[in-house]
Design a binder for this molecule. Structure first.
Ligand code: 13P
Length: 253
């Protein structure tokens, strides 16, 4: 179901105490200040999921997400985390195919398609990431590249399945750089992605999927980005590590 979403991807940051402090501050600020109906997702490192879930408690507008998963059910995969495990600690969402996973851990579209399917088969919701690097945009191949990532990662899914996917467009050149895509650049790519879904499935399906923007989202630019007709929220990195900034982003809807 299409909804406004603000997701905070903590990446590999914060020890347990700092993570608990951040989560409890966000929960308190959201309770005190947020009156819109946006869904908020906290995405800490695996090892903090249980603690953060306890702090979220019964706040029904705040959900828990994981940054990655393994696609197999379980077994001899040293160092990996299964979807059963994620479910058992309260995760509802799993980020799949973040550009850092693609870049540093060699995750390709075929693997990400398998992970996405496994997330859905376990009753969780994938946040499937796509996005081009700067050289690709400069070569004017960004639509082609994002299309490839969407088609190869998602289009083996049935209509019922893709309705449970959240997509995040994160241009790599805007991640952690302080350079945000312009409102026009974000809107143009989001509309393109929604169009791909409409062509493959149908318009109603495309209109039911949340497409988030990620890449240097901050309190100062969130409102205008979220006002774009095809931008349904943000996947926030750096600014999600500060409770004040993240809450102000949530309040931008
Ligand atoms: P920044 O908000 O730090 O640019 O990170 C974006 C991101 O990668 C979120 O997944």
């Amino acid at each position: 179901m299409r909804k406004n979403i603000a997701a905070g991807n903590w990446k590999m940051n914060l020890d347990l105490e700092a993570g608990k402090k951040l989560a409890s501050e966000v929960v308190n600020m959201v309770n005190d200040e947020v009156s819109n109906d946006a869904e908020i997702i906290l995405i800490p490192p695996f090892i903090h999921l249980t603690a953060v879930n306890q702090l979220i408690g019964s706040a029904s507008n705040i959900q828990l997400g994981a940054q990655n998963c393994h696609q197999e059910k379980g077994g001899a995969y040293t160092g990996e985390i299964s979807l059963e495990m994620l479910k058992s600690v309260g995760a509802e969402y799993v980020v799949i195919g973040h550009s850092e996973r693609r870049e540093y851990f060699g995750e390709d579209n075929a693997l990400l398609a398998a992970k996405t399917k496994a997330v859905l088969d376990n009753g969780l919701k994938p946040i499937y990431c796509c996005g081009e690097k700067l050289d690709v945009r400069e070569a004017d191949k960004h639509f082609e590249l994002n299309k490839e990532q969407i088609v190869e990662g998602l289009f083996d899914l049935s209509k019922d399945e893709i309705l449970n996917v959240v997509i995040a467009y994160e241009p790599v050149w805007a991640i952690g750089t302080g350079v945000t895509a312009s409102n026009e650049q974000a809107q143009e790519m989001h509309a393109f992605i929604r169009g791909l879904i409409a062509d493959k499935y149908d318009q109603e399906t495309a209109d039911s999927i949340s497409i988030l923007y990620g890449g240097s989202v901050k309190p100062g630019n969130a409102k205008e980005l979220f006002e774009q007709p095809d931008v349904d929220g943000g996947l926030v990195g750096g600014a999600s590590l500060k409770s004040r900034d993240f809450t102000d982003i949530i309040k931008s809807f």
